[in-house]
Design a protein around this ligand. Structure first.
Ligand code: ZN
Length: 317
């Protein structure tokens, strides 16, 4: 196996220091302005916790760190969060007390990956895909930190457990008294995050003739929820993951699905644009309204490049 590129070249503190320097001193080539210091100020004024990072800037500043972000995003993203927090501390220390975790959101990766070329060697990597949103669940609340109570009369203490994905595993033992036993989830005292799943289908121009388009599930959390709607053309940047599966006592599943945990989503083309209606249009609409087949005609005119999904199209119509 090839050695992992992280830690052998740069350690955590080196990377954090380099990133603090990047955020403080990176100048926009055209305007000469301190791009990320300005963006961090804007983020504070607008009360947000995420900072958009243009990937070409990072590559021109430090191509090693840029490569590590693509290869090992889950290790690098927390270092970015810390570096952002450090710059926020210089700008506005009070804001640090309000926001627990800053999020770097990347845009414009050097290459976009075609949906049909996604393979197991992409798992854990940061990639960029382009496609059309064909489905979106209503926004939901996912438990981010679950509060449990230890149902042991000698303890009865409450404690928090970080939840990854959509399955909560009951604790095996109590972190306070160290004993096992029964635990109960306390929903009212748990911490939640906005959560939504969308399905992105490859663009019609990417589908080889005679084949059905492929699609992939994308998980959106927090500020990314509700940004894209069915019919929108989107660019998604995220980490390729394997589905959470129920772990049986004796066996575990050998086949998994892959999905993308989004780091960023940009809508490049909104399907339902605002339209202006002229008197001639109005006349046409009146004519169409008397057509008995109009319902069918409207539904089949929606996103004709997307195969099937009659029910979704009907809902949009
Ligand atoms: Zn206990």
């Amino acid at each position: 196996m090839e050695p992992s590129i992280s830690t052998t070249v740069l350690n955590f503190h080196d990377i954090r220091d380099r990133l603090v320097d990047f955020f403080k001193n990176f100048k926009d080539i055209e305007t000469g302005e301190y791009k990320y210091r300005d963006r961090i100020r804007e983020m504070i004024i607008e009360g947000r916790k995420s900072l958009v990072i243009d990937f070409p800037d990072l590559m021109s500043y430090d191509d090693k760190i840029a490569e590590m972000v693509l290869e090992e995003p889950e290790e690098l993203i927390p270092i970015f969060s810390e570096a952002i927090a450090e710059v926020v501390a210089l700008e506005n220390p009070r804001y640090l007390r309000k926001i627990k975790n800053f999020i770097p959101r990347f845009r414009a990766l050097p290459t976009s990956t075609e949906l049909r070329s996604l393979k197991s060697n992409h798992i854990g990597k940061l990639i960029m895909i382009e496609g059309i949103v064909i489905k979106a669940t209503p926004p939901k609340q996912r438990i981010l930190r679950a509060k449990f109570i230890h149902l042991d009369p000698e303890c009865s203490q409450e404690f928090e457990v970080e939840v990854r994905g959509d399955v909560i595993e009951k604790p095996a033992y109590c972190p306070i008294c160290g004993k096992g036993g029964q635990f109960r989830l306390v929903p009212d005292k748990s911490t939640y995050i906005d959560y939504q799943k969308i399905v992105v289908q490859e663009r019609p121009e990417e589908v080889p003739s005679g084949q059905l388009p492929r699609s992939i599930e994308v998980v959106l959390e927090d500020e990314l929820v509700d940004l894209a709607r069915p019919g929108d053309r989107v660019t998604v940047i995220g980490i390729v993951k394997l589905t959470n599966t129920f772990r049986g006592r004796r066996s575990s599943k050998a086949i998994y699905d892959i999905y993308i945990e989004a780091n960023n989503i940009e809508v490049s083309q909104r399907y339902l644009e605002e339209v202006e209606i002229t008197p001639e249009d109005e006349e046409k609409i009146r004519q169409l309204a008397s057509d008995p087949m109009i319902r069918r005609k409207i539904i089949s005119s929606i996103a004709p490049s997307i195969y099937g999904y009659w029910d979704v199209k009907e809902a949009i119509a």
